[in-house]
Design a binder for this molecule. Structure first.
Ligand code: SAH
Length: 398
């Protein structure tokens, strides 16, 4: 099949030569007629020289590059890329044989795995796949089959869930469901020997926030004897780790009643005799913190992305400052704050400045103990710094 061609303007090829995988609409000189969202296209420079192959989309990012070398985007292509992704997770000791230790990991992290627009999370033997572009959506069945092949028997089922991640306006069939298998679907999975109910059908994203795994482990080491407040708890990941770490008390807060049910269920799954050591509250985090007693010496702030796009940055920074300022006001002397931002549009310098501003408002002495980020199964393509989205600080407050 001959691919339709997109020609770039003179002087607009620099970022591609540095392997950045996005082509912005402003760089395009001309396009063959009849190109539709999701089509595979060949990208050439003004002189007609080949530059890349990618998926076309409507919007400011016009093409997401799959390959900088001429090749066919066929079943072999998907299998090769997915096998590379799987080999990395094995090297990271995540896709390990001992599933009693851990059977949750991110197998594909979009641009970080040279598969822009595709996310795959693994729970037990089930892969949950999300397309963020129509191009990946169109290829979903071929990718699912390639996944099974690339993972050498490690995965039995592929569940597809892209209803909220596909471009809002795209007219495509958004139905979720199993593309392959379904019989061995797990409803609990294991992370660092802790068990979690995973609800990919109704849960947020693919059902669980895998990206906080390493940071939850770090928190466990700080928890002994502390009174912990886990804000924006979702499935209660940080709460369960804090309990295992020996926290004296853990309070979990989320505005979603469903998240509170999930948190209670996950705490009960791991600590059936927890009693009053854990309590969960379905409340707005800002209100809860404002009215909270000054009784906690370990506070976790892991809010949803306050800036979903660049236009929302200024407002979002104010939100981070406000949230952190209340935590600085409330935390006991000697206390520890784990504070995060998962907004891709906000840099770690901007986030740190927002937290600095909050600290200064409190007038307290604050020290940075750790600077946190996303784990290695959420790799950042060095040519695509936008892929670095999760940042966190561990602070000690006198
Ligand atoms: N810390 C979690 C992930 C947090 S996701 C983990 O480790 O898995 C963000 C959560 O914030 C969601 O569960 C969402 O329901 C909740 N949330 C959003 N706005 C909120 C608000 N104003 N107050 C409390 N919770 C909120």
């Amino acid at each position: 099949m001959t691919l339709k061609t997109i020609r770039l303007r003179k002087g607009k090829t620099e970022s591609l030569k540095r392997f950045h995988p996005w082509i912005f609409s402003g760089a395009i000189e001309s396009a063959d007629p009849g190109i539709e969202e999701g089509d595979l296209v060949r990208v050439v420079d003004a002189a007609g020289n080949f530059l890349a192959i990618g998926h076309c989309q409507i919007g400011s990012i016009a093409v997401r590059v799959l390959s900088f070398a001429p090749c066919d985007i066929d079943r072999d292509f998907w299998t090769t890329r997915l096998a590379e992704a799987y080999a990395l997770r094995r090297a990271l000791h995540l896709a390990i044989a001992n599933e009693e230790e851990n059977n949750i990991f991110r197998l594909v992290h979009g641009e970080g795995d040279r598969l822009p627009g595709l996310v795959v999370d693994v729970y037990g033997r089930t892969a949950v796949m999300q397309a963020h572009t129509v191009g990946m959506h169109v290829c979903r069945r071929e990718i699912a089959a390639a996944l099974i092949e690339a993972c050498e028997g490690r995965i039995g089922s592929v569940y597809y869930k892209s209803d909220t991640t596909l471009p809002f306006k795209a007219e495509v069939d958004r139905a979720s469901g199993f593309l392959i298998g379904g019989d061995d679907a797990c409803d609990t999975a294991v992370e660092n020997r802790l068990r979690f109910h995973i609800d990919w059908l109704r849960g947020q994203k693919t059902g669980f926030f895998i990206d906080q795994r390493d940071n939850r482990s770090l928190l466990e080491h700080y928890a002994r004897g502390r009174r912990v407040l886990n804000m924006f708890c979702y499935t209660g990941g940080f709460s369960v780790y804090a309990l295992r770490g020996g926290a004296e008390l853990v309070h979990s807060v989320d505005s979603s009643a469903k998240a509170i049910d999930l948190t209670n269920a996950n705490v009960a799954l791991n600590f059936p005799a927890v009693g009053t050591r854990h309590e969960a509250f379905a409340e707005d985090a800002f209100k809860f913190l404002e009215h909270a007693p000054e009784a906690y010496d370990l506070i976790i702030l892991d809010p949803p992305a306050f800036a979903k796009h660049r236009g929302a940055i200024a407002q979002a920074l104010k939100g981070y400052t406000r949230l952190n300022a209340i935590a600085f006001k409330k935390i006991l002397p000697g206390g520890i704050i784990f504070t995060f931002s998962c907004s891709q549009a906000i840099s770690k310098e901007q986030f740190r400045l927002a937290v600095f501003t909050a600290a200064a408002q409190s007038g307290r002495h604050v020290r940075i103990l750790h600077q946190l980020h996303q784990p290695a199964d959420h790799p950042v393509n060095i040519y695509h710094p936008e892929g670095e989205y999760l940042k966190g600080l561990v602070l000690q407050v006198e």
